[in-house]
Design a protein around this ligand. Structure first.
Ligand code: ATP
Ligand code: MG
Ligand code: MG
Length: 553
């Protein structure tokens, strides 16, 4: 049984709600549209949207789009789609940090007029020398003492595009000796003469993350600004802006640990590298830990929610074993996916005592414990296909070890007759090309008669009515447990054999299913009809996960 984990953020919100601190809680999920969402983002979505839902509040979807070079509309669209697919709805319209650029600029002027910001001409290199390091106080920039008038003139020139990119920045005047590096006169604005996917050519200066984020939260009346641990050291700056600007509200920031998975990478930059390298087929390749990749792989929103419920919200970053995620989807599909039969490596079986050209429709439940999932028809014909690995000529194999078909013995065909293998036909190379078998009458839905002992139950498909299907099986994308922590570049740990494609034969009832329908192919694993490539009559299935955790040692 899956247990809900501890969540210190929930405890904080619960206390605030009890104490009546806010009339309604408001959270936000603030992705930068510079890539597709990954499992770590799903975690943040689960937390931000989940808390708002639980406490009757709102959650905004806000694009933190202050960095136009790396951002694209494609990413904006995919993020919206992924959030919806995960089952969440943002409050009101989607928000963009760029909607507030006018306001940010006014606030920058406000700081300048208060003597709390200045235009600095130091180069990036000089600037970092002046900044010093944690154990060494920095030095004031020679431009720190510029007059308010000069600063106003220069910021106006910056905004109008009259100054070169990189020639100067706007900085807050805080404390060059602060032990917190973020307070050593942080950058508020940079010149970037690039068009923006939302604001076009309107701006050629863009605010820094720090100058934007807390003010976005304030404008939107965010009550609990939940972010990851790396922003803990930014919190004093987040609060400094709220203290020094005429902001409409003063949100509080809370940090929690990033979620990482082993055997993969969760960083948009690295995922983009995988995409750009061409090793995977795009951001939504089923091997990718992206939300759209997992969707295409057959993960369900419910399984991702279960996964997030299982992992504690902690104050340190953690690496979660991928088997925890796999268990969540396996349990979901075990409960909910209809069963079907798919023969991966077909071997022909001829039922010699079944008339040629005749069809007997077998009826099987789609799920062993969910009658509401209905039934399906399995046409039984003289010529059938079973999996090559389900037959062995060697009758000395122990019944315990080999619960399948053996020459001279019996096996039950799932949902159909018990059959006996009588004869093996081989081709010139000595490979088995056909088995001649006979069925035992009256064994459909009935126990085996006296003296007939089937070794087990195997799956099968009618040769005539089975439909060829492309089957894509996946292995881990990396063969290193922590690819970004190894001695070499993470790309060197790519598993070259992470995809294999075969043609298998599926029972006719699944061949016309809708894209994104999941099945348990009995004895094989869980598969989903590919979101893009599957078509009725031309099935394509992606393997989601095996029946059992084969990785556990
Ligand atoms: P990446 O390094 O993958 O680009 P990011 O933090 O830069 O991640 P953002 O688009 O800024 O990506 O993320 C949006 C939100 O999702 C942020 O609040 C961020 O803290 C959160 N988030 C990102 N990655 C994770 C993770 N691995 N675990 C939990 N939350 C995450
Ligand atoms: Mg970020
Ligand atoms: Mg990032």
């Amino acid at each position: 049984e899956i247990k809900a984990s501890s969540n210190f953020i929930r405890n904080i919100i619960e206390e605030d709600v009890k104490a009546g601190k806010q009339s309604k809680i408001v959270t936000r999920f603030p992705p930068e549209p510079n890539g597709y969402l990954h499992i770590g983002h799903a975690r943040s979505i689960w937390l931000n949207f989940g808390m708002a839902k639980e406490f009757g509040g709102d959650c905004n979807l806000r694009f933190d789009d202050t960095n136009p070079e790396k951002e694209e509309q494609e990413y904006v669209d995919s993020i919206k789609e992924d959030v919806r697919w995960l089952g969440y709805q943002w409050s009101g319209d989607v928000k963009y940090a760029s909607e507030y650029f006018d306001q940010f600029y006014e606030w920058a002027l406000h700081l300048i007029k208060e003597g709390k910001a200045y235009v600095c001409d130091l180069s990036a290199k000089e600037s970092s020398e002046y900044r010093g390091w944690a154990t060494k106080p920095g030095k004031d920039s020679p431009y720190r003492s510029r007059s308010i008038e000069e600063n106003l003139l220069l910021i106006d020139k910056m905004r109008k595009g009259e100054l070169e990119e990189g020639s100067c920045v706007l900085r807050a005047k805080i404390d060059m000796a602060s032990p917190n590096m973020n307070l050593r006169d942080p950058i508020l604005y940079r010149i970037r003469k690039v068009p923006h996917h939302q604001t076009g050519d309107k701006w050629c200066i863009y605010p820094s993350y720090d100058f934007a984020h807390g003010q976005e939260d304030s404008i939107e009346g965010i009550t609990h600004s939940i972010c990851t641990l790396e922003f803990q050291d930014h919190r004093p700056l987040y609060e400094w802006f709220h203290e020094n600007l005429p902001v409409p509200s003063k949100p509080k920031q809370y940090e929690f640990g990033r979620l990482n998975l082993n055997y993969t990478v969760t960083s948009k930059r690295k995922l983009k590298q995988l995409v750009d390298s061409g090793f995977v087929n795009g951001w939504n390749d089923p091997r990718m830990p992206t939300v759209s990749g997992m969707r295409r792989r057959g993960y369900t929103p419910a399984s991702l929610k279960t996964f997030c419920d299982m992992v504690p919200v902690s104050k340190s970053n953690s690496v979660i074993d991928v088997s925890v995620l796999e268990r969540a989807i396996r349990d979901d599909l075990n409960d909910n996916a209809p069963r079907a039969m798919c023969v991966m490596d077909p071997l022909k079986v001829v039922i010699t005592n079944f008339p040629e050209g005749e069809v007997e429709d077998m009826v099987a439940a789609s799920h062993p414990s969910k009658p509401e999932l209905g039934e399906r028809t399995l046409p039984f014909t003289r010529e059938l296909l079973i999996d090559r690995s389900d037959f062995n000529e060697d009758s000395s194999l122990s019944r315990k070890k080999f619960k399948r078909l053996v020459l001279g013995e019996w096996v039950r065909l799932r949902g159909a007759y018990i059959i006996k293998a009588n004869e093996v036909v081989k081709d010139e190379s000595g490979e088995i090309s056909q088995i001649n078998a006979s069925l035992i009458p009256d064994t459909v839905g009935n126990d085996a008669p006296e003296g007939i002992r089937p070794r087990g139950v195997i799956h099968w498909v009618s040769e005539k009515y089975g439909v060829p299907a492309e089957i894509r099986r996946y292995d881990r994308l990396f063969n290193h447990e922590s690819p970004d922590q190894g001695d070499e570049d993470f790309m060197t740990y790519i598993n070259a054999d992470s995809l294999s494609v075969i043609t298998a034969i599926v029972e006719p009832s699944v061949a016309n299913c809708q894209a994104e329908t999941s099945f348990q192919f009995e004895r094989e694993g869980y598969f989903v009809a590919d979101r893009y490539d599957h078509a009725a009559g031309k099935p394509v299935f992606n393997m989601t996960i095996g029946l059992r955790d084969t990785w556990a040692s």
